[in-house]
Design a protein around this ligand. Structure first.
Ligand SMILES: Cc1ncc(COP(=O)(O)O)c(C=O)c1O
Length: 393
């Protein structure tokens, strides 16, 4: 598209078709004092059921970090969901919501010894690790616990990759399993994460292939491999088509069967794919300006930015979709920025966003598919701005 070209779209109609009627009606009939994420909990539950159906017989351990709203967690507990917790705080949240200790895995590979002690005392028995030092902590504070070793993913095609930081290389996994066994732990399997927002099931192939080789080696050595944790990565719609949860889940499980055969306990840890499209942020335009009269792109400043919930715009990785109360006329390219007093708080500049030419300060903006990884990324008060508000409907 030519920058600055006149384009007329009916974006509101398009975005309305992407969010639930309940969300749409709520947003149309409410004013918000500050940026607010409205979460349709029923929609998240529908997504849970769709993922559970697509991924069956795998067990869903919802990645609590994606959105830890207590109302959502309680509903998921009641629906039979299990949980992947990253910290003592998330474990406490799940237990308080009624989850059993058996339904919670402590999936962070970097844990505080005191949190391991705390979790163990509450009956948590399934832990992740990717290093001997972490296994030492577990052996000391959770002797006999079941542990899965996380594999470092080399070839992620995800929009938000989780490679590098977590996992041990394939060549080290067997050594870690032996180490775990020698230190009184119960090494039950492996885990990996294909990377968040992996748009198509077919993109899982290289990772599954690598994980399957490690799995086969471990079995050949006599390890009783019972747990295969396929992590998250299930996508949400950010403007590029993605497969629906049931079809995507079937696609992934067909591949899991192809590469691994029958596995006693497959666990999947969806976060984004379960909750993203259940949430919409309502925000406000604070300023529209042009730095120089000759500039093609305007700068549009919102009352929400990188430090108030939209951290995943880092490197423009996650491309949120917007609609505004000024939609319906000519559109033009905009650099989109948040409100805080630093240059890092620019959301999209390399690939500008098309917004209405008529857009003015005070107009409302809906940011779609923001139910995941927004509320908890929001700072507590950077520059004196309140954290992102949440309303559950
Ligand atoms: C261990 C683990 N499991 C699951 C998830 C959820 O991933 P996604 O939101 O891509 O489904 C994450 C995300 O960071 C994670 O770290």
């Amino acid at each position: 598209m030519v920058a600055g070209a006149a384009v007329v779209t009916d974006r509101r109609a398009f975005t309305e078709s992407r969010i639930s009627e309940k969300l749409s009606a709520y947003l149309d009939t409410h004013d918000f004092d500050g940026p607010t994420m409205v979460l349709d909990v029923d929609r998240a539950l529908d997504n849970y059921r769709a993922l559970a159906a697509g991924l069956a017989p795998a067990h869903i351990h919802y990645a609590v970090k994606a959105n830890p709203e207590p109302q959502l967690i309680r509903r998921l507990v009641a629906a039979g969901c299990r949980f992947d917790a990253a910290s003592r705080g998330e474990i406490a949240l799940c237990l308080d919501a009624g989850a059993g200790a058996d339904d919670i895995s402590f999936g962070n590979t970097v844990k505080k010894p005191s949190d391991i002690v705390w979790a163990r005392a509450r009956g948590i028995d399934l832990f992740a690790a990717d290093a001997t030092e972490e296994l030492d902590k577990l052996a000391l504070h959770a002797p006999g616990a079941r542990v899965y070793i996380r594999l470092l993913v080399e070839h992620s095609e995800a929009d938000w990759p989780l490679s590098r930081k977590f996992g041990a290389p394939a060549t080290e996994i067997l050594g870690l399993m032996r180490y775990a066994r020698a230190h009184g732990l119960n090494p039950v399997g492996i885990s990996f994460h294909v990377g968040s927002q992996t748009r198509r099931a077919g993109m899982w192939k290289p990772v599954l292939s690598e994980a399957a080789s490690v799995w086969a080696e471990a079995r050949a050595e006599g390890f009783d491999m019972t747990v295969l944790n396929i992590g998250g990565g299930f996508p949400a719609f950010y403007g590029e088509e993605v497969e629906a949860p049931v079809a995507y889940g079937h696609g992934v499980m067909d591949l899991v069967r192809e590469y691994f055969g029958e596995v006693e306990y497959v666990m999947a840890e969806p976060g984004r794919g379960l909750v993203a499209d259940a949430g919409v942020i309502s925000a406000e335009v604070l300023l529209v300006s042009r730095k120089r009269p000759s500039d093609i792109a305007r700068w549009v400043y919102l009352d929400i930015g990188k430090f108030s919930g939209l951290a995943e715009t880092m490197d423009e990785a996650i491309r949120y979709q917007f609609d505004t109360t000024a939609d319906g006329g000519e559109m033009g390219p905009c650099v989109l920025a948040g409100p805080s007093c630093d240059s890092a708080d620019v959301l999209y500049e390399k690939r500008p966003v098309m917004l209405p030419v008529a857009l003015r300060a005070g107009d409302r903006v809906r940011i779609l598919c923001t139910g995941a990884y927004t509320t908890t990324y929001s700072s507590v008060g950077f520059n004196g701005f309140e954290p992102l508000h949440v309303v559950c409907i």
